[in-house]
Design a protein around this ligand. Sequence first.
Ligand SMILES: C[S@@+](CC[C@H](N)C(=O)[O-])C[C@H]1O[C@@H](n2cnc3c(N)ncnc32)[C@H](O)[C@@H]1O
Length: 245
Amino acid sequence: MKSKIAECFNRSAATYDQSCELQERANFHLIEFLKPHRTAFNKVSDLGCGTGNSIKHSLNALACDEIFAVDFSKTLLKTAQNKTEDKKIIFINQDFEKKIFKANSLDLIYSNMSFQWCKNISHLFNTLSKQLAKHGILAFSCVLEGTYPELYLKNKFHTSDRILNMLEKNGFKLLSYETDTITLKFDNLMETLKSIKRVGASVKTYDKQTKGLITLNQLKEKYQVLENKLIYKIGYFIAKKAHEN
Ligand SMILES: C[S@@+](CC[C@H](N)C(=O)[O-])C[C@H]1O[C@@H](n2cnc3c(N)ncnc32)[C@H](O)[C@@H]1O
């Protein structure tokens, strides 16, 4: 499953930057949401850095001594790497659900629009909390349940309640949280569907037993009802490590 998700993102490398309006908007919002809490950090990790847009925004808005840019898609990571010669950015081709950094070593874990593909969000938060330093901050945005591409993809996105519960259960104290609905408009059905694919988000995380295929006609009906719009519900979360673990 993991390698299939990474493969989907690998295929999007050539089109990602031209089609990532949603991710860009979420990125700007997440940085603004983080700024009132803290703006200077020593060690920062950007999880699911993709083509490096989030690193660029974080560098412009925050003071960071070292940034570890992590992604399991080799081609997206390479694209990010080719955009910069900045020595304080270190690129790591890894699955961020695994423990990558030493315990208590990171001051900020930042992630824009990457956690929605993670099935075991409780395990992820537990792993991240261990890697964060005392008073370290976790700032992330992700797609939530209630987003329209899930009609097409049949993926189950997390609810904000589940995320909030899992943060608390895994040693985080919530500092700020909000949701936003972003609507993207397209000229026709094909463009609407292609927009999902161009950013690698045609990933399917449901298992093969999931029943109830959506036929093309049903799909057209749904999207015509939506007038070639995609409606995304995005959650923004800022939390700090509550205690040592
Ligand atoms: C929608 S893109 C967001 C990219 C970037 N943060 C941005 O704002 O443009 C999601 C990224 O997360 C990466 N990703 C998803 N799950 C991952 C995992 N478990 N480990 C590492 N990277 C992951 C994908 O390869 C992809 O580059």
